[in-house]
Design a protein around this ligand. Structure first.
Ligand code: HPA
Length: 348
């Protein structure tokens, strides 16, 4: 394999000049730049990233630890993170914690051992010891989607409260009064916030939320199926099931179909997180859409700012209601949707 010395010899310049060309340093003549590029091409030279990182103490690599890579929401988020990082000259190594704190710490340890420049984390279940230690020790870190209260790390997330309010308004306008929710784990911010937002919105419409109408899920399809079966076994089943993530909504869909019930005539269904195939189900599913790609981009920018010595920003973006037919036909042509509020940014 060609070395940097071979390139310098072939181009008739010094090794330092080759290095400047490779790093896009401006103080190189156009002629030398052309000759170096031609030599790199002709010799198939590939810079040694390991040698570079030993010299510069940076690896141009970010870690992304997500809670469940099989959840389409997180897959979409990871895609956006990788794209944006690549555009900024960074690679991404992804670790899937599978909602397990021990696996989360395994990935954090491995990534820190590899000397990543910074870490994006969507924390599992309230955090894990090593991840929290790393955050407190000042490792460049940004929380994305979920976060941990009391830990001084910038957070990039969506605020779904207005959209949940719009959903309840939509359901109320359709005449639904008995609404149930399948909640995510209370130890995650996304789990606790969504059920809280639902409770508050129902309160505003004077609707009770009895314990029997709160199903405890774990963001996986099976828990959505089980919670929905319990709802359907009640003496007075709910008229609507709102699943706090897309996988639990799929589980709910299974349970409803297994009983031969029709959506929305027998029971309505809505979901948090809009995924591409919600338009292909029959009927298409009403959902709360997060600006997932924007969240990924904003998270990378916050982390790269931190890595490169600029003050990182926490970012909160609004989610919005997407009305389809799974809760009934809207009584008016235009159903309510969340008003996108301007970006709320705060220095952290
Ligand atoms: N869990 C599952 N689905 C999600 C989450 C989450 O924390 N956030 C957005 N979609």
């Amino acid at each position: 394999m060609a070395s940097i010395k071979d390139v310098a010899a072939a181009a008739g310049v010094s090794v330092a000049t080759v290095s400047r060309v490779l790093n896009d340093h401006p103080s190189v003549s156009a002629d030398a730049r052309t000759r170096v590029r031609a030599a790199v091409e002709a010799l198939g030279y590939r810079p040694n990233a390991v040698a570079r990182s030993l010299r510069t103490h940076e690896t141009r690599t970010l870690g992304l630890v997500i809670s469940d890579v099989l959840n389409p929401y997180f897959a979409h988020l990871a895609r956006s993170v990788e794209e944006e990082a690549r555009a900024l000259g960074y690679s991404v190594i992804i670790g899937n914690a599978d909602e397990r704190p021990d696996l989360q710490d395994h990935h954090v340890r491995t990534l820190l051992d590899r000397r990543i420049d910074g870490l994006l984390v969507s924390p599992t279940d309230g955090g894990s010891p090593l991840m929290l230690d790393a955050a407190r020790a000042g490792t460049p870190m940004v929380f994305v989607d979920r976060w941990i209260a009391g830990v001084d790390v910038p957070v990039v997330r969506a605020d779904g409260r207005a959209a949940v309010h719009d959903l309840v308004a939509h359901l109320y306008a359709l005449g639904h009064r008995r609404l149930a929710i399948i909640a995510g784990p209370a130890a995650t911010t996304t789990g606790s916030e969504r059920v809280e937002a639902f409770r508050v919105a129902m309160g505003e419409y004077g609707l009770p939320l009895p314990d029997a109408y709160i199903g405890q899920g774990d963001f996986q399809a099976e828990s959505g199926r089980r919670a929905t079966e319990r709802f359907l076994d009640l003496a007075e089943p709910p008229e609507v099931v709102f699943a706090a993530d897309n996988l639990m909504a799929l589980g709910a869909l299974d349970a409803i179909r297994a009983r031969g019930l029709r959506i929305p005539d027998d029971i309505a269904l809505a979901a948090f997180d809009d995924i591409p195939w919600f338009v292909h189900t029959d009927p298409p599913i009403t959902a709360i859409a997060q600006p997932t790609a924007e969240l990924g981009r904003a998270a990378v920018h916050a982390l790269v700012d931190r890595v490169e010595g600029r003050p990182p920003e926490s970012v909160t973006l609004p989610a919005r209601l997407v009305v389809r037919r799974s809760c009934g036909e809207p009584p008016v042509a235009q159903a309510p949707t969340a008003q996108p509020s301007p970006l709320q940014r705060s220095k952290s």
